[in-house]
Design a binder for this molecule. Structure first.
Ligand SMILES: [Zn+2]
Length: 353
């Protein structure tokens, strides 16, 4: 954690200011320490990442970072206070699945950030402070910082460890473990907030969406991508019915098998035929968008995406009237709602200036 991150953080429980205590510094970062609030909450900084989780989510930390809590056993008492409260089964499964995904696929190199932000002006990111909600292994924060922004990436799972390591040399990226339902930031500080393919995995996606506009500065922009309803998603739900009953390792095997069929047959056939003289032009024009997109990437991107599809405990798909309702409740102006391919909704809005 860089010291300058502190100016933007508050207690996720009471929104009070936080006091930093440093246990260990490494490479100009706080590698271990705590952030304390006057309300009594103490949030550990583990492996360079502040863990701003409220009870009961913070109860997972001693299990995941036993070495840290062995060195600072006094902090265990703080965790034990909440021992009576359980983490809901859905939340636990989500944290477990996505944490596993981004630690095992942390080298996921699908640079599709350009596609996600294609509607924005070229200078959109330059000089702004932004928030990435659900940053996973941190590939989008890296891209946004390259376009000139300073970005804070949050994720609920221990994927933040991969995100931190993937951006360790980047002064303009900050990673925080946090929950979208209890965000640890002052209101009105971000010039942009985005969430790319994440909110539909929440137990209550609209509640997550509605937590975000208050954090925008006046005139600030919010844009999200969420899954659109499509008939083929019903077939996917049949596969997910099986995968939800498998261990993380076996979901990986199933994802590999699905991608062998998907990539090996469909994508490779497209690649072969699209290069044919004359007929290739027609094939390029009439092939589904997803086939054309995956033809640009290697096998590993499809493999990771299959794991993502099969492993997420919760996946919601949205119709247009539901997205319109989000926009109505979000309190934003200059709103745009657009279907991208048959898979995604692009939703954009600005806070009134
Ligand atoms: Zn507090």
């Amino acid at each position: 954690m860089k010291d300058r991150l502190l100016q933007w953080l508050v207690c996720p429980d009471c929104a009070g200011g936080l006091t930093l205590a440093v246990y260990r510094r490494q490479d100009n970062e706080v590698n271990e320490g705590t952030l304390q609030c006057q309300c009594g909450q103490i949030f550990p900084i583990i492996g360079g990442v502040p863990r701003l989780l409220c009870d009961p989510l913070s109860r997972n930390l001693p299990r995941l970072y036993p070495d840290f809590f062995q060195r600072h056993s006094d902090l265990l008492e703080n965790q034990a206070k909440s021992a009576a409260i359980g983490v809901s089964t859905g939340n636990k499964a989500t944290i477990d699945r996505f944490g596993y995904e981004w630690l095992h696929f942390s080298d996921y190199n699908c640079d599709n950030f350009d596609q996600f932000v294609a509607s924005l002006p070229a200078e959109f990111f330059n000089g702004k402070l932004g928030l990435d909600v659900g940053c996973g292994a941190g590939r989008h924060v890296r891209q946004a910082s390259r376009l000139g922004a300073e970005v804070i990436g949050i994720d609920l799972s221990h994927a933040v460890d991969a995100a931190h390591l993937n951006n360790i040399d980047n002064d303009r990226v900050h990673i925080v473990q946090a929950d979208v339902y209890n965000l640890p930031f002052n209101n009105g500080i971000f010039q942009f907030i985005y969430s790319l393919g994440v909110l539909h995995h929440l137990p209550d996606p609209e509640r997550g969406y509605r937590a975000l506009p208050a954090l925008l500065s006046k005139g600030g922009s919010l844009f999200i991508w969420v899954y659109a309803y499509a008939l083929r998603k019903v077939a996917l739900e049949l596969l997910r019915f099986i995968s939800q009953r498998l261990s993380n390792h076996n979901v990986r095997r199933m994802a590999y098998l699905c991608n062998l069929i998907d990539y090996g047959i469909f994508i490779n056939t497209y690649r072969l035929l699209a290069n044919l003289p004359l007929a290739g032009i027609s094939i390029k024009r009439h092939s589904p968008l997803r086939v054309k997109e995956y033809a640009n990437y290697g096998f590993s991107v499809g493999y990771t995406d299959w794991f993502d599809r099969l492993s997420a405990p919760i996946t919601n798909y949205y119709r247009e009237n539901e997205m319109q309702a989000w926009l109505q409740h979000g309190g934003l102006c200059k709103t745009v709602l657009r279907l991208e391919g048959d898979s995604w909704w692009w939703l954009y809005g600005e806070r009134k200036a």
